[in-house]
Design a protein around this ligand. Structure first.
Ligand code: B3K
Ligand code: ZN
Length: 867
C-alpha cells in the first residue's frame, strides 16, 4: 500500500462547482447518476476522479458520450483527458449497498439505506474528486419504492417530492452551502419521525426532526433537548447560529463510530442518540448529550470551515471536542467532566503516544486515513485548543474564534491557519506552541524545588523532555503552560514572582508558568514556609509531571488543595504509591490515605460526583504506563489488593453513605441525581469488595427491582464480584429475560460478561457469539464483546496460555474481510506488545499471524507499524 505524505499536498486541479445526483433505488441495485459542473483551476487538463467498487455504465461530457480513447478507468480512478474549459461531466454507475459490509459509502442497515462518507466513502457512491478541499453545491434526487422507503432524505432543504408510477416516489433536496463530499448524506427507509422546533437568536425557526425505527419513538426526547441546549450554547458562547431551515438526525443500528456531522442530516449510531431512563445509564445520557452537541458544533467547526486535507483532521476534531467538553462542563459537574476527560487521555491517549502507532496531532503521513480517527487527533487535539484558550483568556479567545470563522467561512483550511488567527488576535508568539501539532509523544516535566527559610525564597525548576516517537525521534522544546499554586499549612499562599505579572493580581494564589525552553527556573519571594506545590492544575497541559512528593504532602493536597481537580490528581498519585509498594512486597499503611478520604466523605460541601471519583483507583492502562516493567497480572493483583484494603478501611463510612441514599421519586439525568447515584454505586461496590454479608441479597434485589438502568447495571456488574457464581448467573439471566428485545441493553449485557474476570470467560464468550443476541455485522455488538474483553479484561485477555491473544487475532482476521475499519480498531491491544514483557512475545506472534494474511489497507498499516 502507498504512503501519503503531507509534504506532497497539491491543490486540486479542478473545481466542481455543482453536483447534481440522482439515486434510483431498485429492488436489487442502486443506479447513481451524477452531473458535475467541472471547472479547470490551472493548466492541467487531465481530470482524475476517484471511485471504488463502482460499475460504470456511462460517461459523457456536455451531453456527448466520452470516447474510450479519451478516458481511462482503473480499479480506483477514472481519468478524462483534455478538459480545458468549464463543462458538465455526467456519469452513471451501479452500486451494491446490500453487499457493502464495510459500512462506508451507501449501505443497507436493517430496513434502511444510509451513507457514511467521511473520510473517503463518497468514492464508493460515484466518481468524484473525493477530497475535502473540493467544495460543491449539491442537489440530490432520490427515488425508491414508496412502501419500502417512505422516507427519503438528503442534505439541506427538501425542494420537491411526489409520487411516480409503479408504487414509487421521489424527493429532491438542495443544500445551498458548498461542502466537501465527506459531508454528503442520504437516507432512505421506513422510519418514524419525532419533530420539534428551535428559534435561533435572530428569530429564524428551525425544524428539528429525529428519525428512528417505530419501537424507539419514546427514546428521542433527550437527544432533542440536548440539541436545543447545544444550539443555544453555541449562539451564546461562540456567536454561532444555525444556517438551514431543518436539522435532521437519523438513528442507525449498524455504524462504525458514534455519529457523523453530515450537513443538515446527522447520522447517529443508535447508542449515541437513543435514551430512556429504563434502558439508558447516566453515562449513556451524558454521552448522548455530548455527541449530539459535538455533531451540532461541527456545523461551524468542520462544515462551514472545513479541513484542507486529512492531515488537518484535528483542526475540526480537536476544536470540536474542546467545544463539546466545555458545553458538557457547563451542563453538568465541570470538575467531574475534566476528571473523566483526563482519565481517558492519560489511559488511552498516553498509551497511543507511547506505542508504535504514535503520531503527531497533525500527522506527517498515513496509509489509511481511517486509522487516524484517534485519541491523539481528538483528545490531544482538544487539549491543544484548551491550552490556547486558557493562554489567551476568554475574551481574546472569543475574538480569535470570531475572526477564524469569519475569515475562513466556506473554505478548507489548515491547523496553521487556525494558529495564525490566534497569534494575530492575541499578539503572542506561538511559533514554539505550534510544535504541539507536529511532534508526537507525551512530554515529561521534572520539577525540582528549593526553599530558603531565611530569605523566604522558593525556587522551582521545570525541565522538559520527550521520548522519541516513530516520526519525530528528536524533539524541540514544547511551549507548556503549567498552572500552579503553593499550599501552606493554613491554605493557599500568595505568589510573588518577578518573572510573572502576579503582583497586581487580586487572586495571586494561582499562576501559569510558561515553559518554553528545556529548562527554566521560577523564583518566588515572600514565601513564609516550605510549601507543597500543586502542579499542572486542572491538567493545564497534556504532560506527565514528576515531583518527589512524600505521602503526607499528597495527603495534604488531597485533603485541601483549592483546585478540586488536583485533589483527585493527588488521590490517584497516592493510589499509585500504594500499588507500587504492594508490588514490591512492602505495603504501606493505609491510615493517612483513608483518613483523608474519610474526611472528604464527611464533607457535605464536596460534590458527591467528585467524591465518587476520589474512590476510583487509577485505570489499569494508566498504571501500565506509570509502573513500567511489572507483569500485567501482578499489577492487576496489586491493584485489586489495594482496592480491597481501601474498601475494608472505609467500609463503615461507605455503608453509611449507602444507607443515606434514597432514590428520587422520578429519575432525571441531571447533575445532582447523577452525583448521588454515582457515589452510591461506588460505595456499594466497595462494600461488596470488603465482604459485606448482605451483598448477594442486596445485589439480586437491585437487579430485579431497580427503577433505572444506572442502578440496575451497576448491580449487575457487582454480581461478578461475588464468590458465588450462582448469584451472578441468576442476575445475568434475569437481566437478559427482561431486556432481550432492547438491542442496546443486550449490548451492555454482553459487555458485562466480556469483563468477567472469573472462570473460563473465553469459552463463554465464544458461546455467546453463537446466540441470537449477537451479530458479527453489528459493530456495537462486536465492540461490546470483543472490544471489552481485549481492552478491559486484563486477567482473561492476558491469560498465560496466550489463547486470549489468539482469539482476538482470529476474530480480527475474519472481520477484516467484511469491515476493515472495525478490524483495525479492535486489534489495538495487541499492538502494545512491547509493554508486556515476556507476554509480549505471544502477543507479537498473534500479530505476526495476521501479517501473513491478505489484509485490508487499514489492518495492514496497523499490524505492520506495530511489528
Ligand atoms: N467526523 C466523524 C467521524 C468520522 C469517522 C470516519 N472514519 C464523527 C465526529 O467526529 O464527529
Ligand atoms: Zn467530530
Amino acid at each position: 500500500p502507498k504512503v501519503i505524505y503531507l509534504k506532497d499536498y497539491q491543490p486540486p486541479a479542478f473545481a466542481i462547482e455543482q453536483t447534481q445526483l440522482n439515486f434510483d433505488i431498485g429492488p436489487d441495485s442502486v443506479i447513481v447518476s451524477s452531473r458535475l459542473r467541472v471547472v479547470p483551476c490551472g493548466s492541467d487538463t487531465d481530470l482524475v476522479l476517484q471511485g471504488e467498487n463502482l460499475t460504470t455504465l456511462a460517461v459523457s461530457l456536455d451531453g456527448v458520450p466520452v470516447d474510450a480513447a479519451r478516458m481511462t478507468e482503473t480499479e480506483s480512478t477514472l481519468t478524462v483527458r483534455g478538459i480545458d474549459s468549464a463543462c458538465w461531466l455526467e456519469t452513471r454507475v451501479a452500486i451494491d449497498p446490500w453487499g457493502n459490509s464495510s459500512l462506508e459509502g451507501l449501505y443497507k442497515s436493517r430496513t434502511m439505506f444510509c451513507t457514511q462518507c467521511e473520510a473517503e466513502g463518497f468514492r464508493k457512491i460515484t466518481w468524484f474528486l473525493d477530497r475535502p478541499d473540493v467544495l460543491s453545491v449539491y442537489t440530490t434526487r432520490v427515488e425508491a419504492d414508496k412502501s419500502d422507503c417512505p422516507i427519503l432524505l438528503s442534505n439541506g432543504n427538501c425542494i420537491n417530492r411526489g409520487d411516480l408510477s409503479d408504487g414509487r416516489h421521489f424527493a429532491e433536496w438542495h443544500d445551498p452551502h458548498p461542502k466537501p463530499s465527506y459531508l454528503f448524506a442520504l437516507v432512505a427507509g421506513d422510519l418514524e419521525c419525532v419533530t420539534d422546533e428551535f428559534v435561533t437568536v435572530s428569530g429564524r425557526r428551525v425544524v428539528i426532526e429525529v428519525y428512528v425505527e417505530p419501537k424507539d419513538l419514546d427514546k428521542c426526547a433527550h437527544a432533542i433537548a440536548s440539541l436545543k441546549r447545544a444550539m443555544r450554547w453555541d449562539e451564546e458562547k461562540y456567536g454561532r447560529e444555525y444556517d438551514l431551515d431543518c436539522y435532521m438526525i437519523v438513528a442507525v443500528d449498524d455504524f462504525n463510530m458514534g455519529a457523523m456531522e453530515n450537513k443538515g442530516l446527522n447520522i447517529f449510531n443508535t447508542s449515541c442518540v437513543l435514551a430512556h431512563p429504563a434502558t439508558t445509564t447516566d453515562a449513556g445520557f451524558q454521552r448522548v448529550e455530548a455527541v449530539v452537541a459535538h455533531e451540532y458544533f461541527h456545523n461551524w467547526s468542520g462544515n462551514r470551515v472545513t479541513c484542507r486535507d486529512w492531515f488537518q483532521l484535528s483542526l475540526k476534531e480537536g476544536f470540536t471536542v474542546y467545544r463539546d467538553a466545555c458545553f458538557s462542563a457547563d451542563m453538568n459537574s465541570a470538575t467531574v467532566k475534566r476528571i473523566e476527560d483526563v482519565n481517558l487521555l492519560r489511559s488511552a491517549q498516553f498509551a497511543e503516544d507511547a506505542g508504535p502507532l504514535a503520531h503527531a496531532v497533525r500527522p506527517a503521513s498515513f496509509i489509511e486515513i481511517s486509522n487516524f480517527y484517534t485519541l491523539t487527533i481528538y483528545e490531544k487535539g482538544a487539549e491543544i485548543v484548551r491550552m490556547l484558550a486558557n493562554m489567551l483568556g476568554p475574551e481574546t479567545f472569543r475574538q480569535a474564534t470570531d475572526r477564524y470563522f469569519e475569515r475562513f467561512d466556506g473554505q478548507a483550511v489548515t491547523c496553521d491557519d487556525f494558529l495564525s488567527v490566534m497569534e494575530e488576535v492575541s499578539g503572542r508568539d506561538l511559533s514554539r506552541f505550534a510544535r504541539w501539532y507536529s511532534q508526537a509523544g507525551t512530554p515529561v516535566i521534572d520539577v525540582q524545588d528549593e526553599y530558603n527559610a531565611e530569605s523566604q525564597i522558593y525556587r522551582m525548576t521545570l525541565r522538559q523532555s520527550c521520548r522519541p516517537t516513530p516520526e519525530t525521534p528528536d524533539k524541540q522544546p514544547f511551549h507548556i503552560p503549567v498552572r500552579i499554586g503553593l499550599l501552606g499549612e493554613a491554605g493557599a499562599l500568595a505568589l510573588y514572582c518577578d518573572q510573572l505579572a502576579t503582583q497586581e493580581l487580586a487572586d495571586n494564589t494561582d499562576v501559569v508558568l510558561e515553559l518554553t525552553d528545556t529548562e527554566q527556573t521560577f523564583v518566588f519571594t515572600r514565601v513564609p514556609e516550605r510549601p507543597v506545590p500543586s502542579l499542572c492544575r486542572n491538567f493545564s497541559a497534556p504532560v506527565h509531571v514528576r515531583y518527589p512528593y512524600d505521602e503526607p504532602a499528597l495527603v495534604q493536597l488531597l485533603a485541601r488543595d483549592d483546585d478540586l481537580f488536583n485533589r483527585w490528581q493527588a488521590s490517584q498519585e497516592i493510589a499509585i504509591r500504594h500499588i507500587a509498594a504492594e508490588l514490591d512486597g512492602n505495603p504501606l499503611s493505609m491510615d493517612r490515605w483513608t483518613g483523608a478520604l474519610e474526611q472528604c466523605l464527611a464533607d457535605a460541601a464536596l460534590d458527591s460526583a467528585v467524591m465518587a471519583e476520589l474512590l476510583h483507583l487509577p485505570t489499569m492502562s494508566y498504571l501500565i504506563d506509570r509502573l513500567e516493567g511489572h507483569d500485567v497480572l501482578a499489577l492487576h493483583a496489586a491493584r485489586k489488593t489495594v482496592e480491597e484494603k481501601l474498601a475494608i478501611a472505609l467500609k463503615p463510612r461507605l455503608h453509611k453513605a449507602l444507607q443515606a441514599y434514597h432514590p428520587p421519586a422520578q429519575y432525571q439525568p441531571e447533575a445532582g441525581q447523577i452525583a448521588r447515584r454515582s457515589l452510591r454505586n461506588v460505595a456499594a461496590r466497595l462494600c461488596v469488595i470488603a465482604g459485606w454479608e448482605q451483598a448477594a441479597d442486596w445485589i439480586e434485589a437491585q437487579v430485579r427491582a431497580a427503577t433505572n438502568m444506572t442502578d440496575q447495571l451497576a448491580a449487575l456488574r457487582m454480581s461478578l464480584l461475588l464468590p458465588d457464581a450462582d448469584v451472578s448467573a441468576r442476575c445475568l439471566d434475569y437481566f437478559f429475560q427482561q431486556w432481550s428485545h432492547e438491542a442496546l441493553v443486550v449490548n451492555q449485557w454482553l459487555a458485562v460478561q466480556a469483563a468477567d474476570e472469573r472462570g473460563d470467560t473465553l469459552v463463554r464468550l465464544q458461546r455467546l457469539t453463537e446466540t441470537a443476541g449477537f451479530q458479527w455485522g453489528n459493530p456495537n455488538k462486536v465492540r461490546a464483546l470483543v472490544g471489552t474483553f481485549a481492552g478491559q479484561n486484563y486477567p482473561q485477555f492476558h491469560r498465560n496460555d496466550g489463547q486470549g491473544y489468539q482469539w482476538l487475532a482470529d476474530v480480527v482476521g475474519k472481520l477484516d474481510q467484511s469491515n476493515p475499519q472495525l478490524a483495525s480498531r479492535l486489534v489495538t491491544p495487541l499492538t502494545r506488545w512491547k509493554q508486556y514483557g515476556a507476554r509480549g512475545t505471544a502477543m507479537r506472534n498473534a500479530l505476526q499471524g495476521l501479517a501473513g494474511q491478505d489484509l485490508s489497507r487499514d489492518l495492514y498499516e496497523v499490524v505492520h507499524k506495530a511489528l
